[in-house]
Design a protein around this ligand. Structure first.
Ligand code: UD1
Ligand code: UDP
Length: 367
């Protein structure tokens, strides 16, 4: 139950945080020893990036909403700090929980670190070692003040150890597995996305691109969409608003294999990904989901904070200029496709949320 005064404050602000925190919220719902509230920072505000996920994942509405919106990095973070601090002052939670690496996480970490509440960081310790990404800065700073750090992988535990973070570290996997396993069958039953798009399983590619490094550099974006438009198989790109705006501004004719779609709701996206021949992405969460659903993944980035997917051979880093050749190589070789699957449990087996809430109940619950 959510309540006016709460043991736990959950802070979220964007699509992936809603998806990955949903399993935690579900377990909290069933735990009578912990009360909780949800604060939405409003970083994502369009229904297709926010409200649709609360509905698909059957989540309670947020108790508090900030209206951070689309501004600069500094304004998003600063306004988040002010709003989260006010919420902590009013409702006095014992712990503030945030997941991942968005500006909502940095705001939650900094606001909480100057109060009596403990800061709890989920998906702690992952690193790209690329400080040009705002997300990497957010991760490092959040972990530096976390009282409890839930690391998804051994590598993340090692990274936290190398940084000598002060908080207590637990290694329980990633809640993305819980979300993915719970919803894949539901998506298969409820989603009509394949028939709507008139495609058969394994006969198409799914793509998502939203990192500023790709969207805000016209030459990179042009090379990516051109590669996706010249494929033997249809390519579906459900586009983040940042990406659709950037594609509209490109001087390029796209009349081949690429279809740009609006963002999909979670069940449609999961179904589309689950049945794809391959996925091309720069998303963090989709690199994880591709490994779980055993779909070969090409990541259009120079680095990744998910190195276990590369080590396991289920994900490859590619450059825009080599994307078309990488896709051709992949589809020319069935053995290569098969070799890029077979590691669905890099992030655990689906009990991460339960184990996280057990720790929270032990530390913050009223027995
Ligand atoms: C943010 C996160 C990123 C995460 C992504 C998930 C940071 C620094 N970035 O990036 O780590 O991977 O969310 O999708 O926290 N927009 C809309 N409608 C919305 C929200 C945004 O149209 O509801 C458009 C606006 O033009 C905005 C742009 O998207 O300027 C970028 O939004 P923003 O929240 O700043 O960053 P994301 O790219 O979404
Ligand atoms: N996703 C979705 N619809 C889409 C694209 C992505 O539901 O059209 C989901 C996807 O299943 C994954 C999450 O959004 O769980 C990833 O979010 P995003 O790529 O925006 O952020 P990142 O993971 O890179 O932070």
């Amino acid at each position: 139950m959510t309540s006016d005064s709460a043991d736990i404050l959950i802070v979220l602000g964007t699509r992936p945080e809603i998806i990955k925190l949903a399993p935690v919220i579900r377990v909290l719902e069933r735990d009578p020893s912990l009360s909780y509230r949800i604060l939405h920072t409003g970083q994502h505000y369009d229904d297709e990036l926010s409200g649709a996920f609360f509905r698909d994942l059957d989540l309670p509405k947020p108790d508090e909403r900030l209206e951070i919106g689309s501004t600069t990095q500094g304004q998003q973070t600063a306004n988040g700090i002010v709003g989260i601090e006010a919420e902590i002052t009013e409702h006095d939670p014992s712990a503030v929980v945030a997941l991942g690496d968005t500006n909502a996480v940095l705001s939650a970490a900094l606001a909480t670190s100057k109060t009596n509440a403990d800061f709890v960081h989920l998906e702690a310790g992952i690193r790209s070692f690329d400080r040009t990404m705002p997300e990497e800065v957010n991760r490092v700073l959040a972990d530096a003040v976390a009282d409890i750090a839930f690391a998804p992988t051994e590598t993340a535990v090692e990274n936290l150890s190398n940084e000598a973070v002060p908080g207590r570290v637990y290694h329980f996997g990633n809640t993305i597995v819980d979300a993915c396993l719970k919803h894949t069958d539901i998506a298969a039953k409820r989603s009509d996305v394949l028939s709507d798009l008139q495609v058969a399983p394994r006969e198409y590619i799914v793509a998502t691109i939203h990192r500023p490094h790709n969207t805000d550099a016209a030459d990179r974006l042009k090379a990516i969409v051109t590669a996706l438009d010249t494929q033997e198989f249809p390519v579906f790109l459900p586009a983040h608003p940042r990406t659709s705006k950037a594609i509209t501004g490109l001087e390029v004719t796209l009349d081949g294999s690429l279809t740009v779609l609006d963002p999909l709701d979670y069940l449609d996206f999961l179904q589309l990904l689950d049945k794809a021949r391959a996925v091309v992405t720069d998303s963090g969460g989709i690199q994880e989901e591709a490994s779980i659903l055993e779909v070969p993944c090409l990541t259009v980035r120079p680095n990744t904070e998910r190195p276990e997917t590369i080590d396991a051979g289920v994900n490859e880093l590619v450059e825009p200029s080599t994307l078309a050749a990488s896709l051709s190589d992949l589809f020319a070789d069935d053995d290569k496709i098969a070799s890029m699957t077979g590691h669905p449990d890099l992030y655990g087996t689906g009990e991460t949320a339960t184990r996280i809430v057990e720790v929270l109940a032990e530390r913050f619950g009223s027995k």
